[in-house]
Design a binder for this molecule. Sequence first.
Ligand SMILES: [Fe+2]
Length: 133
Amino acid sequence: MAIVFDEALKTGNELIDTQHQELIARVNKLTEGCKPGTEKTVAANTLGFLLDYTNKHFADEEKLQEDNQYPLLDAHKAQHAAFVKQVEELEEMLVEEEGPSEAFVEAVKKNVVDWLLNHICVWDKQVAQFVKA
Ligand SMILES: [Fe+2]
């Protein structure tokens, strides 16, 4: 199911929120492109498309934290790195399969969609609050 960028997902930081909208649009493309039966190349392309923007967004978000001497920067960076690794693992999973399997779709939901929603609500909201204060 598509993620809707609503009030509950807003951190209150303009840069973060603007980039999250693009990130979520790309996650939605991924979930659309990863239904069982979809061609492998479509799924692979949406994963690559997501990873491209993820790298940019994480770099910008980490710079914002650095510039503001955010005390949890290292822990936050570790969260980001874990996510990138999960997406890379999904890419590997896809290489070994004919196309997006049910297990793959399940992994996308857990490791991308659910992870991102939780990360925004817990980690990124804390950053926005700190930067504002
Ligand atoms: Fe983050």
